[in-house]
Structures are given as C-alpha cells and as structure tokens.
Design a protein around this ligand. Structure first.
Ligand code: UD1
Length: 417
C-alpha cells in the first residue's frame, strides 16, 4: 500500500489545472446505459472511481476505454444486469446503474451499498423514486432486486434533496412513459451537468438547478458526446491549500460561479480571491481569521469541503465553529488532525476548532477522500515530516495530486510500504 511523505512547512505558489468533476462524471457514465450506443465523455479525470465505474460497466457487458481524458463507452449491448457487492462496496455511486438498467431493460440487481465511515447513508430515496415510477423492489441476500414493465412518469417528492436519488430518478425517468416531476430535487451543478447531457441526447428536461425538475420520458435516447464540468471540490481544495500555506495559487479551468459559498469563506478567512469566468487566484493572508461554517445542500457550503476548511481553521487566529448538517457523523478527520496538535472539540455534529500557532508533522491515516485531502493540507504547514497512510482514498477523487502539489512547491513523495 502506498503512502505520502510530506515535509513542511511549505508555501504554495503557481498555477494548477483543475480536472473534470468526479461527481459529474459518474452520473454521465451511468447515463450511457440508457442509449444503446457509443458515447464519448471529454475532460474525464483518471481517478480510482473512474476505473471502478468502468469496471461496473464492464461487468454489465459494456466496454469502455480512457485515453488522454477521453472516455469512450459502447453501451450497444448489455449482457448482465447485476452490479456486484465487491464493486459497490468500494464506490457507493455504483448504485447509479439501477435507474438506467431498470428503465431500459426492466430489471436490475444492485448490491446494497451498506454504511460508510460517515454513518448509515441510506438509499431509501432512490428506492422510493423507482417504486413511484412503477418498479417492484425486493431486498434479496443484500441485493436490491428491481423489476418493472415500462416505467411510468410520476410525481416523486424527495424527503431531502439527495444528489444520488435525484441522479437515479432523472436517469430512470428519461426512458419512462410520460412526464416525471421531481420535487425537492438536488440543485447541485452536477445535476445540471447531467441534465445538459441528457438534453443533448434528446430528452426534454426543465428546471434543473431548481428544486422542481420536469422530465419528459422518451422511447429511446440518442448516444451523446459531452464534456465533464470542472471539479469544484478539487478547486476548493487547492484554494484551501493556498490559504493554509499563505501562498499564491491560480486555479485554471475552474468554475468560480459554482463556488460562491466556498469563496465567501476563503475571503472571510482573509484570502484575496480574484476570479474570471474560468480561473481563480487565491492569495493567502499572513494570519488566518477564524470563521464559522454550516454545511448544507447547494448553494450552501458543501460538506465535501468541510474537512479541508477544518484543516485551515486549525491554525486560525481564534476559535471557529463548524456545524455539519448533511452527514452528522462526517468527522473521521478530527482524531487525525489532533495528531498534528490541532485543538478540536466535537459535540454531536458541531466541531469547535481553536486555532493553534503551529502544527507538527505526524503519521496519520486517510479515512475518506476529503478527510485525506485535509490531512495533506495540514501536513503542508506542519513542521517536520508527515506520513499519510492509506492514500488510495485520495486517489479515488484527486487526479495526479502529488504532481500537482509538487509543481506548486510542496515537498511530497510517494512511498510503497
Ligand atoms: C453525493 C456526493 C458526495 C457528497 C454528497 C452530499 C457523489 C458521487 N457523491 O453523495 O460526495 O458528499 O452528495 O453533497 O456525487 N439520504 C437519505 N436517503 C437517501 C439518500 C440520501 O437519507 O436515499 C441522506 C444522506 O444520508 C445525507 C443526505 O441525504 O444525509 C444527502 O445525501 P446525498 O445527497 O444522497 O449524497 P450522495 O448522493 O450519496
């Protein structure tokens, strides 16, 4: 297993190109199942999760190849309708194949994802959506066994604006008979990105980006070619890296218009942020000001940036409060950050971070994608050497992170234990 060794403190300076968004790409990969043809995705990041989704498609009989950011997927024929436990347990978003398989073939068998490091993470809203569109669902030996004749458009009201459930229902509704109205839908940019791809494939969709999405189902869907939007979480992570190291970093190929809540907090911490349509320059302050953060659904502050901002606030000039509203248990990075000397108290879903003058390098363990990037941020300002174990979590969501950080001036090397 590989680890990263980081020697700090360092100051990041220069430009970094932001990759395509993992969370926009995975729904697009699943959407190809609807088409029965050859689809192409551009600006695809080569991530562990990309490779996992390619394997999921391959087990269904759908070959794909990725070269230089171009992913070709040939969904002409499907030979299996099952997403197995071994793949789903490594990547929950494998459940995105449920909606399209059910809509196109009337059957799907997908392993239940189970809990994760941040708590139970139920999928009841996905299942409710499929059932409202007419599917019969049975849980069988840890698998979701779904059957349907032609799905029928319907009104689906989500209990909470789940990104995953919105994706799965949009995919299923695209091949359903008639109109689906999805209420309390997720408003994340990744949902609008999926809607854009489906529209280019001939599906009539309105209201994406708002809480009510209308989808007119079709009898068939054209193969499509679509570019993946830039990753706003990867961008936010490099912005946080500039902030924590008091650096000067320009993010290229990003979408500042999709990052308002993060930019607000960077500025509240004292960073100077300058944006164009597709770049963002972040200059870190000498002293980081404490800020309070409440995570929430888009356009609120993303839970996927909570761990990185916590790392930043560990060296702020005062105390900050972070309230995690989306995943109340998403704090596996807290004990690891404490190993650097951070002062954090945790009470339920509320963390209070009291800034300390300096952090010290330590051996730490990555626990999930964003928690791991928070550890890298802390390591870059900590004095001395840090070893980050289990970096496969980072590789799930950050393309080429060690080279990108090294090019900005970080002292980071990969070692194989
Ligand atoms: C997606 C993102 C993940 C991000 C999360 C929240 C992908 C691949 N992953 O995850 O990076 O952290 O959005 O922005 O895009 N819930 C239920 N029942 C359900 C579904 C969700 O109770 O059926 C709850 C969850 O436990 C959570 C909240 O709804 O509290 C939001 O979850 P959801 O938006 O579905 O997250 P994911 O789509 O899994």
């Amino acid at each position: 297993m590989d680890s990263f060794i980081i020697r700090g403190p360092s100051r990041l300076e220069g430009s970094v190109r932001i990759s395509g968004a993992k969370n926009a790409m995975l729904p697009l990969m699943a959407a190809t199942i609807l088409t029965g043809g050859q689809c192409i995705l551009d600006n695809v990041p080569d991530l562990r999760d990309t490779r996992t989704m390619m394997k999921v498609l391959e087990t269904l009989g759908i070959p794909s190849s990725l070269e230089d950011g171009v992913l070709s997927i040939d969904a002409a024929s499907v030979t299996s309708f099952e997403a197995p436990y071994d793949l789903v347990r490594t990547m929950r978003a494998s459940i995105y194949v449920l909606g399209p398989l059910l809509a196109r073939f009337g059957k799907a068998r997908v392993s239940m994802p189970g809990g994760c490091a941040w708590g139970p993470r139920p999928i009841d809203q996905h299942l409710k959506g499929m059932m409202t569109l007419g599917a019969k669902i049975r849980i069988d030996h840890g698998y979701i066994d779904a059957q349907a004749d032609r799905l029928k458009g319907a009104e689906v009201i989500l209990t909470m604006p789940s990104v995953g459930a919105t994706v799965n229902i949009m995919l299923a509704a695209s091949l359903a008979d008639g109109e689906t109205v999805l209420e309390n839908a997720a408003r994340e940019p990744e949902i609008s990105a999926l809607a854009g791809a489906l529209r280019s494939a001939g599906v009539e969709i309105e209201g994406d980006g708002t809480s009510t999405i209308h989808i007119q189902g079709r009898d068939s869907i054209e193969p499509f070619r679509h570019a993946v939007i830039p990753d706003r979480i990867e961008a936010g992570t490099y912005a946080a890296a500039a902030l924590i190291t008091g650096g000067d970093v320009t993010l290229e190929n990003c979408r500042p218009d999709q990052m308002h809540s993060v930019i607000d907090k960077l500025e509240a911490c004292g960073a100077e942020v300058t944006v164009t349509d597709d770049t963002m320059r972040v200059v870190g302050p000498k002293k980081i000001a404490p800020v309070d953060i409440d995570t929430g659904y888009y356009p609120s502050f993303p839970t996927d940036m909570q761990a990185q901002m916590m790392a930043v606030l560990c060296i702020a000039d005062g105390a900050s409060t972070i309230v995690e509203h989306v995943y109340p248990d998403r704090f596996t990075h807290v004990p690891e950050l404490r190993r650097f000397g951070a002062k954090i108290t945790l009470d339920g879903h509320v963390a209070v971070v009291s800034g300390v003058k300096k952090l010290e390098g330590a051996p730490v363990m990555a626990t999930d994608i964003r928690a791991s990037s928070a550890l890298l941020l802390a390591a870059m300002v900590a004095e001395g050497e840090t070893k980050v174990l289990r970096i496969y979590h980072i590789e799930r969501g950050y393309e080429d992170i060690e080279n990108k950080l090294r090019a900005l001036g970080a002292d980071i090397t990969r070692v194989t234990d």
